[in-house]
Ligand binder design. Structure first.
Ligand code: SIN
Length: 510
């Protein structure tokens, strides 16, 4: 174990290199920042995979109020309306920031943005780039800007293993490179570590992301919120397991329809049809598949290679020509609405720790995220956290005590439990089985311990929510409760609840 080089000590530390972390690092300039990344800026996260784009009410016939109404409807009563309004009103500012840093959104011959439509949006408001290469273009531009930015030191090939605290506030980060540890003293740490796809055996996200930021923040004492709400994208390409290529909702926005292997358009009679909120579409596809049918996206009415060049290439590499043949699809884990609880500036409940992007729970998404609100939230919250940090300079950090490195994290055992019990449909027995499997792993201190902390948190929040709402669907509580609130818990409370749930089970079965 060794201390960090002195010129890095006392900088703002940003952990994560997707849109949220990159925007925060650039917006803090010229304040010195260390960006910690395992794979290299923009390389390891899900931003570069984003196809649809970024939702922004920028057209004359649109407004933040209309965007807010769609966001609140998708969120199924659990959005924080004030936070949602604040974030959605900043859409123009975020787009402007991205464009000033080199992002080229698609525009028509007159220079007006070309806007896409996605599920549960009342109108076209999705800015996209390179057709369906939106995330890749945003990452390209932000990484190029980062390379020109002298105030950002990039620490590549490092993994954050623990947050260190002193007197109830952030004091530093324990980093690991291969087998060696390093302590980076810091008073201001921004968590921007992305999602939880690696906890599931079918996901549209990088499988290396299993909720590291959530685990680190929870272990350090920060409160988590809304952890039960895991979004499944209805249409991943149905080829194999692990990370599955996404077939963007924008494809349905352009008129593609869903059929089963009998040729039946099974969502035809449903309000919203193929563009109903994605939890509804995902459950409808799940039901078809559970009854033994295969599901396809029929898109031969679209000029596919022109509008969706990246998806065309993904399909062709799986031997499918989307312009001619129906595309086989299935639901896959896609986004996590829950995470580290924050306010509108990204402040967590732990002094000195901010959280932005998918690892955070601001209250924008409620029980179900509206499509393409996530890149928007990540960019806006990157700006807001940077502004807040710049206005509250941290004192020079003391050197925290050097802890031992925990064992390498391996989510394999946890993934089996999560995929089986914390999927699209849940029930009490299955959630209790998940908790019974995950609690000993979380407390065991072995290779499964860190991922089990994230998964256990999802299971406990899900067991406590005895209703179906948004992305959280319980077969034993199929209706929405009359009153429902967003829940927040620290790790101590989560572990205590897990024990109570299990002991209640034992008492009932005795
Ligand atoms: C998609 O392109 O379907 C995904 C967009 C999103 O998840 O926001």
């Amino acid at each position: 174990m060794r201390p960090a080089p002195p010129d890095l000590t006392g900088r703002v530390v940003i952990i994560g290199d997707g849109i949220a972390g990159l925007v925060a690092a650039l917006a803090l300039a010229p304040q010195p920042v260390v960006l910690v990344t395992q794979a290299g800026p923009g390389q390891g996260g899900s931003t570069a995979l984003a196809q649809g784009g970024i939702a922004a009410a920028i057209e004359a016939d649109d407004s933040p109020e209309l965007h807010l109404a769609d966001t609140l409807a998708a969120g199924a009563g659990l959005c924080d309306a004030n936070i949602a309004e604040t974030i959605l009103r900043q859409a123009g500012e975020a787009i402007d920031f991205l464009e000033r840093h080199g992002t080229r959104f698609d525009r028509d011959a007159s220079g007006a943005p070309v806007l896409g439509l996605e599920a549960a949006h009342g109108r076209r408001r999705i800015l996209h780039a390179a057709g369906d290469g939106s995330g890749g273009e945003i990452v390209r531009a932000l990484v190029a800007a980062l390379r020109r930015c002298a105030s950002v030191a990039v620490l590549e090939g490092r993994v954050a293993r623990r947050l260190l605290t002193h007197d109830g506030a952030i004091a530093g980060v324990l980093l690991q490179r291969e087998g060696a540890g390093m302590v980076l003293p810091a008073r201001q740490v921004v968590m921007a570590t992305g999602g939880i796809g690696g906890l599931y055996d079918a996901t549209t996200n990088p499988v290396g992301n299993w909720g590291q930021g959530i685990m680190l923040a929870a272990r350090a004492g920060a409160a988590l919120a809304d952890m039960e709400f895991v979004q499944f994208h209805p249409t991943a390409l149905a080829v194999g397991q692990g990370r599955l290529p996404l077939i963007s909702e924008a494809v349905r926005g352009e008129g593609a329809i869903l059929i089963n292997d009998r040729g039946e358009r099974f969502l035809a009679g449903h309000p919203g049809g193929e563009l109903a909120p994605r939890d509804i579409v995902a459950r409808a596809i799940h039901a078809e598949m559970t009854s033994g049918r295969r599901v396809f996206l029929k898109a031969d009415n679209i000029d596919f290679p022109t509008r969706f060049p990246a998806i065309t290439a993904l399909c062709r590499s799986a031997g499918i020509d989307p312009a001619r043949a129906p595309i086989p699809v299935r639901p896959a884990q896609h986004y996590h609405m829950g995470g580290i609880h924050t306010d509108a500036f990204g402040r967590s409940t732990l002094p000195g720790l901010w959280a932005i992007g998918e690892c955070a729970a601001t209250g924008l998404h409620g029980a179900n995220r509206l499509a393409s609100n996530s890149l928007l939230e990540a960019a806006v919250m990157g700006l807001n956290a940077a502004r807040d940090i710049a206005a509250s300079p941290g004192s020079y950090p003391v050197m925290p005590a050097m802890p031992d490195l925990p064992p390498e994290a391996d989510p394999g055992q946890v993934r089996a439990i999560t995929s089986r019990h914390l999927g699209i449909l849940r029930d009490g027995a299955s959630l209790h089985a998940a908790i019974a499997g995950l609690l000993p792993l979380a407390l065991g201190g072995g290779e499964a311990s860190d991922p089990a902390i994230t998964a256990l948190s999802i299971a406990v929040f899900a067991a406590l929510r005895q209703e179906s709402r948004g992305a959280h669907a319980r077969t034993d509580f199929p209706a929405q409760a009359a009153h429902s609130v967003s829940r927040r818990m620290t790790l101590d409370q989560i572990i205590q609840s897990a024990r109570l749930i299990l002991s209640d089970d034992l008492a009932r079965s005795a």
